[in-house]
Design a protein around this ligand. Structure first.
Ligand SMILES: [Zn+2]
Length: 512
């Protein structure tokens, strides 16, 4: 048995409502083998328990571990050579991204996430060039090996696509519209496709089986997005999710083009179409949801379907600003995700939380805006709901698993911070990854006083540097060239779409 007391100047056990969190001054918790046994004042907890270890001090803020509710890869697309563009051409330009060892890439990113107080991640992986089930299982195991070694809690899924791979149109139609030599290269890119839907479900069941005894890993299903998957695939994925009691994670209405695709194809929004298919519910979380309308938000609220908000990504890829204030008003569960990069290109969750809070502050004294408590709720409990770890984590209460971030208050409060400021405001207004100094998952310390305890950061950095310090392969070169050559045609394809939007949820200013 291993046990510890975790203490702080403030212990935040949970968010109560938009204006209040439960905070114990000079508080502490006692955990045994990863389970929180007791929470209270430090003096009471210390008097009642005799732990192996005491962690924290009277200059720490203790919060539930943060949940990054949408994530893909470690080295960012920009690090791999792809500057920000609008989402659709950016997807094409991504052909030029370098190949990265999935295990090292995961370790690299897990370290960054732990350093910013993230204890749980929703990891959504692309097919990574695999063309059969066995290779994809191996790829999944490499990523999960990285997470297991780091100690993070992970909801893992492979993203599936079975149509419209080049643009939001039948591949054969788009290929026909290209000059013949380019069309031939594009055709080669989309054939052979990654594992078929039958193979996809084989991969899912094998990974589900392999990690069924690991309480830090959930295996999810992930239809990529509505325009990328057939109705049959969505419904089959829903059946698997129900049978295996797991979750589904998708992208939804991220760009205006995705919304218009739904209106063109079904005469309704993609979300309304998903409701017709019967796949909505609390086990489904949808990344982005930028282009939701009022009726979509009502559907989300009624069905308990979750939105994972990605503010940085939506700005960087010119997707827009999601209607967070209306989602909150309608009681939709919203988590926060960094979507593999963030505004600083560095996976700093506290920075992302701050961006979410600030970008939804609309002009007008009576206009709604998210409070710091709501932002913390999104980054803890709501992310735990999206990853289906909510029975285990998200709050620091007896019976929950001990997933905890300790924030050193010095950087936030010194040289001076008015003592009347609410500590949750102080965290969301001023906190940075550099203030996080100790991170615990399941009672196990993953980072202590800023030093990683389970993985050697230097070794990972050195190995990754060496691994990337190789010339581009012929295949990488050819793929990058294809991306560059396709880009004008992809831009031209979408330029024909009429993106005249309806009245927006947000107006920051006026042209009149
Ligand atoms: Zn994404």
């Amino acid at each position: 048995m291993s046990s510890s007391i975790v203490r702080g100047k403030y212990l935040v056990t949970k968010v109560i409502d938009s204006e209040k969190s439960q905070i114990i001054p000079d508080g502490a918790l006692y955990q045994e083998d990863g389970e929180i046994i007791a929470v209270g004042s430090y003096s009471n907890i210390k008097a009642a328990h005799n732990p192996d270890q005491e962690i924290g001090s009277d200059s720490h803020l203790i919060i539930p571990g943060l949940v990054n509710a949408h994530h893909h890869i470690g080295l960012t697309p920009f690090q791999l050579g792809i500057p920000d563009m609008a989402l659709e051409p950016w997807i094409t330009a991504r052909y030029g991204m370098r190949n990265v060892d999935p295990y090292l890439d995961t370790l690299y990113c897990a370290i960054q996430m732990i350093e910013s107080g993230i204890t749980t991640v929703m990891h959504n992986h692309g097919a990574g060039g695999t063309t059969n089930a066995a290779d994809q299982v191996e790829l999944g195991k490499q990523v999960l090996k990285g997470y297991e070694e780091s100690g993070m809690r992970t909801a893992f899924s492979f993203m599936f696509r079975d149509q419209n791979n080049l643009v939001y149109q039948e591949d054969s139609d788009f290929i026909t519209s290209l000059p013949s030599e380019l069309g031939a290269r594009a055709k080669k890119q989309v054939t052979p496709r990654p594992p078929s839907s039958a193979e996809y479900f084989d991969v899912f069941t094998e990974l589900h089986q392999s990690f069924s005894n690991n309480n830090r890993i959930n295996i999810f299903l992930a239809p990529g997005n509505v325009q990328w998957c057939s109705d049959e695939f969505f419904q089959a994925a829903k059946e698997y999710a129900t049978r295996y009691k797991t979750g589904m994670h998708i992208h939804l209405q991220e760009s205006v083009y995705q919304k218009i695709y739904g209106l063109r194809t079904w005469n309704k929004t993609p979300l309304a179409h998903l409701e017709d298919l019967g796949v909505l519910g609390p086990e489904l979380s949808c990344a982005h949801g930028v282009w939701l309308n009022d009726s979509d938000i009502e559907i989300l609220s009624r069905t308990g379907t979750i939105i994972c908000h990605n503010a940085s990504s939506n700005l960087r890829l010119k997707s827009g600003v999601a209607p967070l204030n209306r989602l909150v008003e309608m009681g939709v569960t919203v988590g926060i995700g960094i979507d593999e990069a963030g505004i600083n290109d560095d996976n700093d969750m506290l920075q992302e939380m701050r961006l979410v809070q600030k970008i939804h502050r609309l002009p007008g004294v009576m206009a709604p805006s998210p409070t710091s408590h709501q932002i913390l709720q999104m980054s803890t409990v709501n992310g735990a709901k999206a990853t289906l770890f909510n029975s285990q984590v998200g709050t620091l209460e007896p019976g929950k698993r001990a997933d905890i971030a300790l924030i050193n208050l010095r950087g936030i409060t010194e040289p001076y911070l008015h003592p009347a400021n609410n500590i949750i405001d102080s965290l969301v207004y001023r906190g940075r990854a550099s203030d996080v100094d100790t991170v615990i998952v399941d009672g196990e310390v993953l980072m202590e006083n800023k030093a990683m305890t389970k993985v050697n950061k230097n070794d990972v950095w050195t190995a990754l540097k060496e691994h990337m310090n190789t010339p581009l392969t012929e295949r990488e070169r050819a793929r990058a060239q294809l991306g560059r050559d396709l880009l004008p045609y992809v831009n031209n394809f979408y330029a024909q779409w009429n993106i005249q939007a309806d009245r927006p949820f947000y107006s920051y200013n006026d042209m009149k």
